[in-house]
Design a protein around this ligand. Structure first.
Ligand code: F6R
Length: 610
């Protein structure tokens, strides 16, 4: 949420910073801004705009601004509307200090009142300006001292990147519960909210954490703790797997990522199973056999789409491995006073590894002594560094704001984990081998769904005028229905309700009429006939039905108005082909309605505020 980028060195800092910032645009796109110095004179130059980074670029071209030290931000609005005044950078009253921020300062109101009483003149409604004014008001010629005095007064989460007119060739940075990475190059240095934006430009990085402060110059990076004692941080090598991030021949990242799924599923599965023993082989758990056998219950924590994948995993783990599982939404769980019984193993799931609520919940559970396994897509992210073990999704960078390929990889990795846990307990070899036989063709089955894209596009056209939808499913297909509904609402702005089909009669069926179609997820064999009965109830109320199914026993064709056929697989894996079909459906509906698919309104990819 909010992307920060900074640069000091001999290149044109405006170009370098804009290039970096564009890679962070998935973190927010309400407004963008840049501030910096050109040369050794300490006049802060800046430019801010409402909207996307392309708007900032247009403005900068008009200004013909050249800088060699710059800080920039792309904003996801929290405090204050997305207008130019609220856009970052923010300044102190004297205009000597410019600051960009990612996070939330919770006590901004009290600080603002105190600063106004001291004579500070505020321009914006933001919590960020409060920090700029606070540090500015504490500055008496030593910037680090001002930062040191300010930090204990700030409550909340923040990554701050600052410049001051008295230090024109330096950038100051602080992080607390928000990601910030320093990239170290040859006679140049960078700052970024995400190491991914640094991959093409540096080989070594430092991750700042827990009120650590960095003073970044082109030829030197110094790090300090909150008391401004110097600390030596280990430099990490940036992995060289920097993938080309482009849309290729696709119109949007989202559709490109949907189409990548045969490949990403193959990657998620590759080398992670042993057919002879009918089991999974998972490097990265960092648990020995005894520890894994001692797992008595599992707690899955996640948000949004990752939570839906975790929910599917819970059905698998309970059914196949016979381990009790609790699935929790991180933002709710973190404010419980959880009972963590001995033998509890925590699986924290996050595509980005930066979701603030999941990280806070994990920190709480770590403090209670629980072992944490991360299921994550982004190497080196905060979650992977906190967890005891990590299973990477291997889905490659997911740029479209709505999660697609990471979701299917999460389900597959949970399936493999389930297989491992089941085989270590009661499951026989033949049953394990049968599960692997079902898993292996899955990427090809997803390819078959993708080959139906044209027909799904036609259906999407036909359904795109409706403003309300139900998505119904049972068992594994209930979380898949939640996920199908989420995809539609977030990229097409249509009201879509995911619901367990059997619950409709307890109230929501009152909403069904000819204006409210139902997307029925029927590819789950164990409850197929129950689903049909539920659909008859919808049909009796004139609701139009679009079914996603893998077989037509018992007359589905007579009940549903339209059917998307998906290949047949076992119930545990059936949410994957179905979800891919629903991703395509949501994509084409959104396209039909002219929505901004890769960057839907009000959203950001990495939710680093609570
Ligand atoms: C929906 C979506 C979000 C994320 C959620 C958690 O398409 O992308 O619901 O799934 O914000 O994000 P991660 O998985 O990064 O923790």
């Amino acid at each position: 949420m909010c992307g920060i980028f900074g640069y000091v060195g001999n290149q044109d800092a405006v170009n370098v910073t804009l290039t970096g910032l564009k890679k962070l645009e998935y973190r927010g796109y309400d407004s963008a801004g840049i501030a910096g110095f050109n040369g050794v004179s300490g006049e802060v130059k800046y430019c801010k705009v409402v909207g996307k980074i392309s708007r900032l670029e247009e403005e900068l071209n008009k200004l013909d601004l050249h800088l060699n030290t710059a800080i920039a931000q792309t904003r996801w609005a929290t405090h204050g509307k997305p207008n130019e005044v609220n856009a970052h950078p923010h300044f102190d009253t004297s205009g000597s200090l410019a600051l960009v921020h990612n996070g939330i300062i919770e006590n901004h109101d009290a600080l603002r009142k105190m600063l106004v009483a001291k004579g500070c003149i505020f321009k914006s409604e933001t919590d960020t300006e409060v920090v700029a004014q606070l540090i500015g008001s504490l500055y008496e010629g030593d910037f680090l001292a001002a930062v040191q005095h300010a930090l204990p007064l700030l409550h909340g989460a923040y990554a701050l990147v600052m410049i001051h007119k008295d230090y024109p060739q330096q950038i100051f940075a602080v992080a607390s519960a928000a990601p910030l990475v320093v990239g170290i190059g040859e006679q140049e240095a960078f700052l970024s909210s995400d190491v991914m934006a640094l991959k093409a430009v540096v080989k070594e990085v430092l991750h700042l954490a827990n009120n650590e402060v960095a003073v970044v110059r082109a030829d030197q990076v110094e790090t300090f703790d909150a008391s401004m004692a110097k600390i030596v941080k280990t430099r990490e090598t940036v992995s060289s797997d920097a993938e080309e991030i482009s849309k290729g021949d696709f119109e949007h990242y989202t559709i490109k990522e949907i189409f990548e799924q045969p490949k990403t599923l193959n990657a998620a599965i590759a080398s992670r199973y042993n057919e002879d023993y009918g089991t999974a082989t998972l490097d990265g758990l960092h648990m020995d056999v005894t520890e894994l056998l001692n797992v008595q219950r599992i707690l899955i924590l996640a948000c949004g789409t990752s939570w839906h994948a975790g929910f599917i995993g819970a059905y698998m783990l309970e059914d196949l491995a016979r381990i009790p599982v609790q699935v929790e939404i991180s933002s709710e769980y973190r404010y419980k006073n959880p009972i963590v019984l001995p033998g509890t193993y925590v699986i924290a799931m996050s595509q980005s590894g930066e979701t603030a609520d999941t990280i806070a919940a994990v920190e709480e559970l770590k403090a209670k002594g629980a072992k944490i396994l991360a299921l994550c897509n982004v190497h080196g992210s905060t979650l992977t560094r906190l967890a005891d073990g990590c299973l990477y999704l291997r889905a490659g960078p997911e740029i479209g704001v709505c999660s697609t390929k990471a979701f299917t990889s999460q389900v597959v990795v949970l399936f493999l984990f389930t297989l491992l846990m089941a085989r270590m307990r009661h499951m026989g070899k033949a049953e394990g081998q049968a599960l692997l036989q079902a898993l292996k063709p899955l990427p090809d089955q997803v390819q078959q769904v993708l080959e139906e894209a044209n027909r799904i596009q036609q259906l999407a056209k036909d359904y795109s005028h409706y403003d309300n939808f139900f998505f119904l499913g049972r068992r594994h297909m209930y979380p898949a229905a939640l996920e199908g509904a989420l995809k539609l609402k977030e990229i097409s702005y249509i009201n879509a309700n995911g619901y367990p089909a059997g619950e409709m009669k307890h109230g929501p069926i009152a909403l069904i009429n000819e204006q409210c179609p139902t997307v029925a997820l029927c590819a789950n064999k164990a409850v197929y006939t129950k689903m049909l009965s539920n659909l008859m109830e919808v049909k009796a109320r004139n609701g139009r039905i679009l079914a996603v199914a893998s077989s037509d026993v018992d007359g589905l064709k007579d009940i549903a108005d339209d059917i998307i056929w998906v290949p047949e697989t076992i119930d545990e894996l059936a949410p994957i082909p179905t979800s891919v079909a629903l991703q395509l459906f949501a994509y084409f509906v959104a396209r039909e309605r002219g929505c901004d698919i890769d960057q839907p309104r009000n959203l950001a990819k990495s939710v680093t505020v609570e």
